[in-house]
Design a protein around this ligand. Structure first.
Ligand SMILES: *Cc1c(COP(=O)(O)O)cnc(C)c1O
Length: 533
């Protein structure tokens, strides 16, 4: 070994050169700010054609600038979603307090698997989980949880706890042919199908209950489904309720679901299914739990204030949950990955405990503080806890309240403006959340009447199919003709979560995540719809 070459390598890559690193960081920040002057999503086109053909790796050691150059075109060609025109989906710009937290985390690179690999970062996770649990459950004696790589995995934990509850020992013995089912609503996120498949239950054993017009699970049909499953000897491992559906912000009635699962399980002599709540998006309403409605310190309008009242009613339902999924990388404006799985009662996580013989590497681990003894992952990043604690304490509770109230108010304004157009119909007028889903039909059509006829089952299939193709065609037309410098980017869903008579309703979609999105953007959306026709 040429010692001097090894020393060079150590000097360049394992020794902190503050000047070199801050210079490169400064350059990346400058590039990002330059990009923000341009319309969103247009910076540099993809080159998938040869991405696999030339997977080059430099031969000789370089320096940090080589590292920079290797990723720069891809960095430059990636949209940070900071533009106020991004309204496509539940993705927002990450906030800079989260960046401070995430950067600090990357500098130390803790591994949250066990305390000895992460010390006070492990402690920070406990703090972050408890802070979020207090927000969500309001009063809870023994919350616990972990950060995961996303809402999908947090939901998977909820489902797995349910399986272990109704089939103790499944972790060791497998499912052994026992018929097992899970229940969600038709507006639930597809990640629930993912977990049903991955946990060995089978996606066809995930039952989807139709929703009502508020995009909440129909409780009468939930009760019916439970009777049906129990009467043929199927065990029901979990009900995963949705608290804020991805497209339309629908919220299930958690107190109602709780009553029904308790009652039906007792009636059939079965263990009560896990009530996991997928609040990946909707949890942020919890910031508003303590907003003082009479004092109205933000001076919220008569249009927005009633939304806060209803948000408070919904969040009170969360105390009925056994476990909850929270995506801080969504309405926490945090960096990926920052999702938390939180249980209301600590003992529920014991269902996931693994015997220490299976993990000789962690022979000294302690069940009271070493997550690797029950997590799905082994190595686990700490971005989540750092992002959460930096963001919450940077923005403060009041700052978070302002962001969420603003998102709700903006969505409400767009709903009203769209519903004023006779050829348009908002499909989620009754929900509260950052999203708006709606129809645009050609001028001259009465969108509300068409909706009523579909909902009441009076319209022949050929007719509604024709209308649906018009809705999609007009969306495509707007996409083709929009001016990227002023027109908001919207998205299209093929089924917004409410399915009257089993019919999937397509819709245009806008989600108000970015606090920079202002009323001028809404004015322009309305203008672009009117120009289409
Ligand atoms: C986004 C989302 C998920 C999945 O979360 P990821 O973090 O993307 O894995 C689950 N449920 C709902 C309701 C979501 O909106």
């Amino acid at each position: 070994m040429d010692r001097s070459k090894l020393d060079d390598l150590i000097k360049n890559f394992f020794t902190c050169d503050k000047r070199e690193i801050t210079q490169i960081f400064d350059e990346l920040l400058s590039a990002m700010m330059a990009e923000e002057m341009l319309p969103p999503g247009t910076v540099m086109s993809r080159n998938y054609e040869t991405a696999q053909a030339n997977p080059e790796i430099h031969t000789l050691p370089g320096n940090l600038k080589d590292a920079r150059d290797a990723i720069f075109p891809f960095f430059w060609g990636t949209d940070g979603w900071y533009s106020k025109l991004h309204l496509e989906n539940v993705k927002g710009p990450a906030n800079y307090a989260s960046l401070v937290g995430a950067m600090a985390c990357l500098l130390k690179n803790p591994n949250l698997c066990v305390d000895t690999y992460s010390q006070r970062s492990n402690e920070l996770e406990v703090k972050a989980i408890t802070a979020l649990a207090n927000l969500v459950f309001y009063h809870t004696d023994s919350p616990w949880g972990v950060f995961t790589m996303g809402g999908t995995v947090s939901n998977l934990y909820g489902g797995k706890i349910g399986i272990e509850k109704v089939m103790p020992g499944a972790m060791r013995n497998g499912l052994g042919g026992q018929a097992l089912a899970g229940i969600v609503s038709e507006a639930a996120h597809y990640s629930n199908a993912t977990l049903a498949g991955w946990l060995g239950m089978g996606t066809r054993n995930l039952h989807c209950i139709p929703t009502d017009r508020t995009i909440a699970m129909r409780l009468d049909l939930l009760a019916e489904k439970l009777d049906q499953l129990y009467s043929v000897g199927t065990r029901v491992a979990f009900v995963i309720a949705t608290f804020g559906s991805t497209d339309a912000s629908g919220i299930d009635n958690l107190a109602g679901v709780r009553d029904i699962i308790e009652q039906k399980a007792a009636q059939h002599g079965q263990p009560v299914p896990q009530l996991h709540v997928d609040a990946a998006v909707g949890w942020a309403l919890c910031f508003l739990s303590e907003y003082h409605l009479e004092a109205n310190p933000f001076g919220l309008s008569d249009e927005t204030l009633p939304l806060i009242t209803r948000a408070q009613e919904h969040t009170r339902g969360l105390k009925h949950a056994d476990s909850v999924t929270i995506d801080f990388h969504k309405m926490g404006w945090g960096h990926y990955p920052a999702s938390a799985l939180i249980v209301n009662r600590r003992a529920d996580l014991e269902h996931l405990f693994r015997p220490k013989e299976q993990m000789p590497y962690f022979s000294e681990a302690d069940y009271r503080r070493d997550p690797a003894l029950f997590t799905l992952e082994c190595s686990r990043p700490a971005i989540g806890p750092y992002s959460v604690m930096a963001s919450l304490n940077g923005l403060g509770l009041v700052g978070c309240q302002m962001l969420v109230a603003n998102a709700l108010g903006m969505a409400q304004t767009l709903k009203r403006r769209i519903d004023d157009l006779p050829n348009c119909k908002v499909l989620n007028r009754e929900t509260i959340g950052p999203s708006v889903v709606w129809w645009v039909l050609p001028k001259g059509r009465n969108a509300k009447e068409i909706f009523d006829q579909i909902e009441s089952g009076q319209m022949p299939e050929g007719t509604w199919q024709h209308y649906f193709s018009e809705i999609q065609r007009l969306f495509a037309k707007r996409e083709e003709t929009l001016n990227p410098a002023v027109d908001a980017r919207l998205s299209f869903t093929s089924s917004m979560g409410y399915r009257p008579g089993g019919i999937d309703l397509p819709a245009w979609k806008a989600v108000f995540f970015n606090p920079k999105t202002d009323h001028a953007v809404i004015d322009q959306i309305i203008a672009s719809i009117e120009e289409l026709l």
